[in-house]
Design a protein around this ligand. Structure first.
Ligand code: B12
Ligand code: SF4
Length: 531
């Protein structure tokens, strides 16, 4: 996947090959039945490959997944267009390549669409190769989209036999594509937001400008999800069945390490609180949903919006528990109390680092005092606090990292995660990392091992040791352990603690193996909120 202009940048490993030109018509013309679309994630064990946790998936007890909302959105759009659609979430269903192919054969689609993360790009390459080498499937139109295509754009098609890569949000693009295959658009060039292969190379069409309101799109086709599959990480959900929900896209802040502040992110937009609350009412009535994990980059971004949301939840007397992300400078004691009264039990903060200089260097536009206040107020409101910190950043020295760990201990959130800095393509810190020449490999190493060595560190091992030290110093404090034990209130919590502890042990045991094994160098890793 590397081209001379991007050599030394982080790329998933895949060889450039010559693939067929994008088909200009679907196989059945004239069409006598609706277009059938199989939308899927690819076989990928998120617990093993994402977190280094060797715990088997089983249909009844799966951690590490939430519903693929993006595919749900596309399913809704395509159904409204008149297609027959199925969403298959391979991860929690513990699909392997054979079962995936079998499901595709049974559904008999015209189009297959895979949602691709950088972490599972190679599994997507393999899934598409299986389709291309199957006599019954090889002619099918294969689309890819999702976060990986957001970032790697046309280069994505260099390494995979898919026909079309849709970049950015795809509700409108997909419909335009269907219109083209239905003969309602004269050419593929008239479909916005895609890359496709012509005889003389890859063609990029106009961007779709994210101007349409989210209320206009509506919410995912929830009927596609089996909610009994979804549990995310132990300790992050209190009541089941749960679902995730995203009420906004993008983020107006400019933190220089973050995808949402980068070149490829969506413009900031949000659903109206009325529509969100009505959707939750429907989810409760139709699917018995008891808890929502809001995956918005910052749920608490606009005080007025959050206040309206909380009021509506209370006014309609919804029995709901929920959690979401906040910035430390945007919460107030009043807002936190309102949130608690409407069912909020858990807030995630991106604390990032423990010195003001580093916070300023990251363009975080927040202060250490904001972090102290937000944490105190959240605790006073009776809400669990989770926070993430970064280690191994540019300009960081081991002394600065120690300050971050000290600060985490001083703040004392209920849970803390210490991530190794991953230079996110499209961000200015990524550009800086490239310029510094301190990227460790041009291949994608995943997110659990360093991809970048700060000048202040002598070796990768030293960065990893700092991360280990951070977890040990934070979690193995006697006062912390005593607090956790005293906070247990139910058998469900005990069960989740046991699962969490077993996972941590398995993560620790796998750590060395994962560090520089071929497996980790080929797959993705690490999230900002393991705990
Ligand atoms: C929820 C979430 C998850 C969930 C569920 C993911 C899922 N299956 O959808 C879980 C917890 C499982 C998860 C796991 C991981 N995640 Co995550 N996650 C998110 C989060 C917060 C929200 C995603 C979402 O629902 N968005 C709302 C929907 C509507 O948008 P969407 O999914 O992007 O879909 C739209 C387009 O992408 C496109 N599209 C999507 N799929 C397809 C498919 C086709 C065929 C087409 C045409 C278009 C298309 O159309 C959709 C509608 O417009 C995003 C951050 C973000 N703000 O997006 C990170 C994010 C996607 N995750 C990320 C990462 C790194 C991970 C992990 C690697 C972490 C880890 N340690 O394991 C794993 C990887 C899992 C895997 N399978 O490989 C990165 C991805 C970066 C990258 N380049 O790949 C993101 C962007 C966060 C970040 N900046 O770091 N994640
Ligand atoms: S780190 Fe948070 S506040 Fe900053 S740009 Fe990213 S999502 Fe927005």
């Amino acid at each position: 996947m590397s081209t001379p202009s991007r050599l030394n940048e982080i790329q998933p490993i895949a060889n450039k090959k010559s693939f067929r030109a994008t088909p200009l018509s679907l196989w059945e013309t004239p069409r006598i039945r609706p277009i059938r679309i199989f939308l899927s994630t690819v076989p990928y064990d998120n617990m093993k490959l994402g977190y280094g946790i060797n715990k088997k998936n089983s249909k009844n007890k799966v951690y590490g997944y939430t519903p693929p909302l993006g595919l749900g959105m596309l399913a809704r759009a395509a159904k409204e267009y008149g297609c027959e659609v199925v969403v298959n979430d391979s991860g929690p269903l513990a699909d392997d390549y054979d079962s995936l192919i079998e499901k595709i054969l049974n559904f008999k689609p015209d189009i297959i669409g895979f949602s691709v993360f950088t972490s599972n790009f190679l599994q997507t390459v393999e899934s598409v190769e299986r389709i291309r080498s199957h006599p019954m499937l090889k002619e099918l139109l294969v689309l890819i989209g999702g976060p990986h295509v957001y970032t790697f754009r046309e280069e994505t098609l260099d390494g995979i036999q898919a026909d079309i890569a849709v970049y950015g949000e795809a509700e409108i693009d997909l419909i335009e594509l269907l219109e083209y295959y239905d003969g309602k658009r004269p050419s593929l060039d008239d479909v916005n937001g895609i890359f496709f292969r012509a005889k003389n190379g890859i063609i990029k069409t106009e961007e779709t400008h994210s101007s349409r309101s989210l209320d206009h799109f509506g919410f995912p086709d929830w009927s596609q999800f089996d909610f009994s599959l979804y549990r995310n990480i132990p300790g992050q959900i209190r009541r089941f069945p749960m679902t995730s929900m995203v009420t906004s896209r993008g983020c107006p802040y400019k933190c220089n390490f973050c995808f949402q502040a980068g070149r490829f992110a969506d413009k900031y937009r949000r659903y109206s609180p009325e529509l969100v609350v009505s959707e939750i009412e429907m989810l409760q009535a139709e699917y018995g949903i008891k808890e929502i994990q809001f995956w918005d980059d910052i749920f608490f971004i606009n005080k007025k919006w959050v206040e309206s949301f909380c009021r509506l939840v209370q006014k309609r007397k919804l029995d709901l528990s929920w959690s979401g992300y906040a910035r430390v400078d945007l919460v107030t004691p009043e807002l936190l109390h309102m949130a608690r009264d409407s069912g909020c039990w858990n807030i995630f903060y991106g604390y990032e680092v423990g010195t003001q200089d580093m916070l300023d260097f990251l363009d975080k536009e927040a202060t250490l005092d904001d972090a102290v206040n937000a944490t105190r107020w959240t605790k006073e409101a009776g809400i669990i606090t989770r926070g993430s910190f970064m280690l191994g950043l540019p300009n960081e020295t081991p002394e600065i990292a120690e300050s971050t760990i000290d600060f985490a201990i001083k703040l004392d959130p209920d849970y803390a995660n210490f991530n190794i800095f991953f230079p996110e393509p499209g961000t200015s810190l990524y550009d800086l990392a490239i310029k510094s020449g301190r990227l460790l490999s041009k291949d994608y190493l995943g997110r659990a091992v360093p991809s970048y060595l700060p000048e202040g560190y002598e070796s990768v091992k030293q960065v990893q040791a700092m991360q280990g030290k951070a977890f040990t110093r934070f979690y193995l404090r006697p006062s912390y352990l005593a607090k956790r034990i005293a906070s247990i209130r139910s058998w469900e919590e005990i069960r989740q603690y046991i699962d969490g502890a077993l996972m941590l042990l398995s993560m620790k045991n796998n750590r060395a193996r994962f560090a520089f094994s071929t497996e980790s160098s080929k797959t993705g890793n690490q999230a900002r909120n393991v705990f």
